[in-house]
Design a protein around this ligand. Sequence first.
Ligand SMILES: Nc1nc2c(ncn2[C@@H]2O[C@H](COP(=O)(O)OP(=O)(O)OP(=O)(O)O)[C@@H](O)[C@H]2O)c(=O)[nH]1
Ligand SMILES: [Mg+2]
Length: 464
Amino acid sequence: MLGSGETIAAISTPLGEGGIGIIRISGEEAFTIAKKVFVPRKRGPSPGYPRSHRLYYGHVFSGRGELIDEVLLSFMKAPHTYTREDTVEINCHSGVYTLRMILQEVLRAGARPARAGEFTRRAFLNGRIDLGQAESILKLIRARSEEGAKAAAANLEGRLSQQIKELRERMLELLARVEAHLDFPEELEDDSGLENELRKELAQMSEMLKKMEGGAERGAVMQEGLVSAIVGKPNAGKSSLLNALLQEQRAIVHELPGTTRDPLEGYLTVRGYPLRLIDTAGIHGTADPVEQAGIKKAEDAVSDARLLILVLDGSTAWSEDDEAVASLISPGQLVVIVVNKIDLPQKINKAIIGERFGQYPVVRTAAIKNEGVERLEETIAGLLDRDLGAVSAESPVMTHLRHARTVEEARDHIERALEASLGEPIEMAMIDLREAWEKLGEITGETVSEELLDKIFSEFCIGK
Ligand SMILES: Nc1nc2c(ncn2[C@@H]2O[C@H](COP(=O)(O)OP(=O)(O)OP(=O)(O)O)[C@@H](O)[C@H]2O)c(=O)[nH]1
Ligand SMILES: [Mg+2]
């Protein structure tokens, strides 16, 4: 099956300086178009030119006969291609100018520019991948951490899709059995056997869906990074700690308090957990409007954060500023207390720390000497292990919010079916079971609407 019949083309590699860049052409006319812009080096028709899945060396010329670049071309015959359509990839030198020039020639030769995600959309429409896999490709393109990439890759193999498919099959079987029973009620004396079985099945399905939901939050964290704010009074050593964690001089560190104004971000992976680490302005009472603006941003960052790294300066006494910082913690936030500058004589009152932060882990560091930083990472990882729960290797991590929501909705239907099965006529339960079945089909794309497809594929970048 072919897509819309139109042949599409786009630059498939990121624009910028690089070793090679690729222009991808897909559709019925792909070969014809490529042959118009490409001149193979070997003179005379080589036998069978162009042969599928072979690389050809040659040049691309402009319509006016000017040489644009020396390239390698691969012609790939359907269906053994990404889109299942005839596909050509032009490997050229990756400069923005070269890539654009070649694309222009390809468009002039009859292709039209591909829309965002259109190659993957065609792969889906032509049945090469299901929708869950398509979204995993998107995630893979964007994954920030190795773990995130692994989770996306696992879904790409269709693990989530596989589980959903099995569950849907079970639902369908159940629907069929109940319907057969409803059609021929006289063959059974009473319903109680079937009803018991129905309840048991529904309860199991609800459990399975609940487990899948569990993977969703972890999935989101793996993709986006856990939002984590470093917060404390001025000069406590927040920026020094950020630099120590990132192992680079990202933030300006200075002995003057009030150095950091705008929040500063860095990405860090702690034992496989990606963190989006935000360094913030020191929080204290001030009349300086610029500082006030920075503090406002710091407070916003704190309230958005899932993890707070609250930094105290061990070399100064506990103060009102520390009190103000402590009051920003909101219930449910993950918190680590860091007592920094332990290389200096300690003035902070340990009793107050115990009193104010008894329920949180405390780590002692000397950020500028890199002391205690590893301990801090371990502590953070421990908190996350407990919070997100160890997910076993086989359970699919849901990398997409849409999947998580859909699974939740499906479980709502199953719960309602379960309720209905406790008193209402059996048909009522069947309605919700069928809805759950349909919902789950949206994940694999078996019951998906055109509108949803548009939304999903529009998130892709062009060329994918
Ligand atoms: N002795 C010692 N000095 C430190 C340590 N950590 C930071 N400092 C020093 O403390 C000063 C302030 O450090 P910063 O990292 O800029 O502190 P900050 O909390 O980001 O400060 P603001 O951005 O102004 O709120 C600098 O002079 C650092 O060199 C430490 O562990 N030991
Ligand atoms: Mg700072």
